[in-house]
Design a binder for this molecule. Structure first.
Ligand SMILES: C[S@@+](CC[C@H](N)C(=O)[O-])C[C@H]1O[C@@H](n2cnc3c(N)ncnc32)[C@H](O)[C@@H]1O
Length: 250
């Protein structure tokens, strides 16, 4: 489009009315306003009971605005999006507030967490979000999904199940759909040991923890037919965060 210049004659009144109508029609309309950053986080924290409030503050201090913004931009801004291992639905509530046309479907084996995720979504007016109790290894996935994300969940799955889960997610996506994996990579070693110690504090010693180097995730996803891009996101704490955006190509 040619930029307007000061020498151009002013638009006539009917033309101005037409331009203004066109601009209004072109502007997207949302049911709810978009809310970002600390305002979005504050809404989520307020919607939770006391104990979970404390947990969610910690969780949002680990997944800082920088990390959230990277993921927010990589996710489609509308359509059906699967949140694998959604927990209390903290990130469904965050990504639902930043782009209210996202319809997020949360899945987690923990029924109490799913109950809280429903409560948070309801309190924030995210009416199109749905949550189900289930294990990503065998739960029925009612696809297709425009995108899916797995935030700090892959390393909680037994290593022998991880590839099969990624395969299931690929099959549930539309062609060109994005699978976003946020996880912890295995270098530097100090970062890994730091993360593992905190994970063990949360889950004890009976559950599996199977971290992989980000290159390994990349190779696995490529073999499964994804085009893969990844970034390591530095933190003031020594978490070795990695964000992997895998686009389904076949
Ligand atoms: C570290 S929490 C992360 C929760 C949430 N994604 C977040 O980032 O706050 C790991 C979550 O994965 C869930 N999870 C563990 N195994 C799973 C499985 N097989 N299928 C689906 N979710 C699983 C747990 O119940 C837990 O809520």
């Amino acid at each position: 489009m040619r930029p307007a210049s000061a020498s151009e004659p002013p638009a006539s009144r009917p033309r101005r009315a037409l331009l203004s109508l066109r601009a209004r029609l072109a502007r997207p309309t949302f049911d709810a306003p978009e809310v970002y950053g600390s305002a979005a986080v504050a809404n989520i924290v307020r919607a939770l009971p006391l104990v979970e409030r404390a947990y969610s503050r910690i969780r949002f201090s680990i997944l800082r605005p920088k990390l959230l913004s990277v993921m927010d931009l990589l996710l489609t801004d509308e359509g059906r999006i699967l949140d694998v291992g959604c927990g209390f639905g903290l990130f469904a509530a965050y990504f639902g507030q930043t782009q209210p046309r996202r319809r997020i479907v949360g899945l987690d084996p923990d029924a109490r967490r799913i109950g809280l995720a429903r409560r948070v979504a309801e309190q924030l007016g995210l009416r199109d979000h749905t949550f189900a109790v289930g294990d990503i290894r065998d739960a029925p996935l009612e696809g297709p999904f425009d995108a899916a994300y797995v935030l700090d969940v892959m390393h909680h799955l037994p290593p022998e199940d991880q590839r099969r889960v990624l395969e299931r997610l690929r099959d549930a996506l539309v062609p060109g759909g994005v699978l976003l994996v946020k996880d912890i990579t295995t270098e530097p070693l100090f970062g890994l040991l730091f993360t593992e110690a905190l994970d063990r504090l949360m889950i004890g010693f009976d559950e599996p923890l199977a971290y992989r180097h980000h290159r390994e995730w990349g190779e696995m996803l490529t073999e499964l037919g994804f085009r893969v891009r990844m970034v390591r996101v530095p933190d003031i704490l020594p978490y070795p965060h990695v964000v992997i955006a895998a686009t389904k190509t076949r």
